[in-house]
Ligand binder design. Sequence first.
Ligand code: ADE
Length: 257
Amino acid sequence: MSSSADLQETTKSVPCIKILTLFPDMVRTVLETSIPGRTERQGQVRYEVVDIREFSVDKHRTVDDTAYGGGAGMIMMAKPVVEAVESVRKNDDATVILTTPQGETFDEALTLELLDDLQLKGELILICGHYKGIDERAIELVVNREVSIGDYVLSGGELPALVVADALVRRIEGVLHNEDSANNDSFTTVRGGGLDCQWYTKPPEYRGLKVPDVLLSGHHGKIAEWRDEQARERTEVRRPDLTKTDLTKNEEKSQKR
Ligand code: ADE
């Protein structure tokens, strides 16, 4: 049995994703579910969810105000954001990400980069942006990366932060039971940065639609060839932009996994 000092040491060495939010219950619920939840229960990652309102400026738990210079929409104040980060940051070098539509676009290469960063520094801090934006001084003081999950505007940064956390934890070695199921997903090196092929399960025929014969043949070489071909075709038809993906930036990392 481990002593409490051992346990503390173990907890410390488990990388921690820290999410700063105005909706802690929503964030916790998602992190407890499915693969992110299982990963924490297996001791491969930890989560800390911080309520930014704990650092509000008054008894009404205010965290936002109108914009200097006018304009519609409320701005999140610098103080609660900066102090929330300072309260959870254990490593001064930790990467602090703000989720915002103005950030760099999140993709599989960035997933692997942030996972390396998390494992190296022991923590990764995600601030869920809200309202119209956050006071630029908070960004200057504590944020070192801004990440967008796509060219659309959501009502808050919670879903984007959870997207980042989910994408990261499923790439931690040993999290997915069958390692291959992460390796040949869409956007991986095995798929040349393109899309995955189509998949089937039992029964072999459903409403007149049959599973392709090759998948029932038991011939592993032919099956792999067929899947590669289907994945290539899908990518060309659905996402021709991906056929030009430069994999050099994440190739080494993907191959390690
Ligand atoms: N906050 C609102 N919309 C967002 C987006 N698309 N990506 C990241 N954060 C956001």
